[in-house]
Design a protein. Structure first.
Length: 334
């Protein structure tokens, strides 16, 4: 790409007059810089900039002022790295004719599970990671994103998946975690999806039908949101429904209020607990016991607590160290 064009795209200021007028590709990490690349300094580090220059970078984008590093390098000064990344994303999405689909976090998790094949790739809510993915994307690829503010900035024309239906669906709940529903004249019985999420799933399926996105519900399982893990009183894992206690994992703070309301409605007489990281200052309308923790290991105290369900603000993978491992001793002839 021509350096002058790039400077206009990101609204930067070229502080040098280099003999070169173009660069080969864009690198976000100094270790990945190749000769002729443009390096975006995301951490305001002169050390990393010097590493990139030593590896042959033709251009540098940084918030740091030029200090006679290399007059032959295109030194592009910007006021905000995040803002130039957003401008770069918007330009690249348009140039490559990429499709950005805006979903709810729950729909995003379901879409990743039901696509056959996975034609829509998931963009995590990390600007740096999104830039790397989009820069490496092929033309006309499709991506799903659950951040409305970011979607508006980088792809104003993104397609939005609705979260409510014009006609409310008939949903039969079976406890907290299973539900039955109709879709396309087919009845899906006792699916591993809480009734709270069924309408969002059905909106997603309607979107897939409309846009010819292939999917299968044959192996619909629990997604990362409101994920139940049944346990013994000693925090040993049990099969689904085979215990009177369960930990429920939810990684997204924004969903906690609706999950609390859902639990209150469906478990009015069951003792509930809420487990929150100490760095979460948000107040939640919860009348039961709230357990604050810094380290996951602190949640081992749950083995001493009386509850049926404990809603934990964390993803389930992070909580794996909690569970007691059980081993079966194989019989021996000796």
């Amino acid at each position: 790409m021509k350096i002058d064009n790039f400077v206009r795209i990101i609204d930067g200021k070229l502080r040098t007059t280099p003999p070169i007028d173009a660069f080969a590709s864009i690198a976000l990490e100094s270790a990945r810089v190749s000769h002729g690349d443009l390096f975006i300094d995301t951490t305001a580090s002169r050390e990393l900039i010097h590493q990139a220059l030593e590896k042959g970078a033709y251009a540098i984008v940084t918030t740091l002022s030029f200090a006679n590093e290399d007059e032959e390098c295109a030194w592009i000064e910007v006021s905000s790295i995040d803002q130039i990344l957003i401008k770069l994303l918007r330009y690249t999405i348009t140039q490559k004719s990429l499709d950005i689909i805006l979903l709810s976090p729950v729909q995003e998790a379901f879409l990743e599970m039901i696509q056959t094949p996975r034609t829509i790739k998931r963009l995590r809510n990390d600007l740096f990671a999104i830039v790397k993915t989009i820069l490496g994307a092929k033309e006309d690829e499709r991506f799903g994103l659950s951040n409305p503010a970011l979607a508006q900035q980088i792809a104003p024309a993104s397609k939005k998946v609705e979260i409510t239906l014009h006609v409310k669906p008939t949903v039969m709940a079976k406890g907290l975690f299973l539900s039955s529903f109709w879709h396309n004249e087919r009845y899906y019985a006792d699916q591993k999806i809480p009734s709270l999420f069924v309408e969002e799933l059905l909106c997603l399926l309607d979107f897939c039908d409309t846009h010819a996105i292939a999917y299968s519900l044959e192996h619909l399982g629990f997604c990362e949101h409101f994920y139940p893990q049944f346990i013994t009183h000693a925090l040993c894992k049990k099969e689904f429904g085979s215990s009177d206690k369960a930990l429920i994992f939810e990684p997204l703070p924004a969903l906690i209020p609706s999950l609390i309301a859902y639990l209150k409605t469906h478990t009015m007489t069951s003792p509930l607990m809420l487990c929150l990281p100490k760095n979460i200052q948000t107040h939640f309308d919860f009348e039961g016991e709230i357990l604050r923790f810094e380290q996951i290991e602190e949640l081992r105290i749950l083995s001493e607590k009386s509850f049926q369900y404990a809603l934990i603000l964390s993803d389930k993978e992070a909580c794996e160290p909690l569970f007691i491992k059980t081993f079966t001793t194989q019989p021996s002839l000796f």
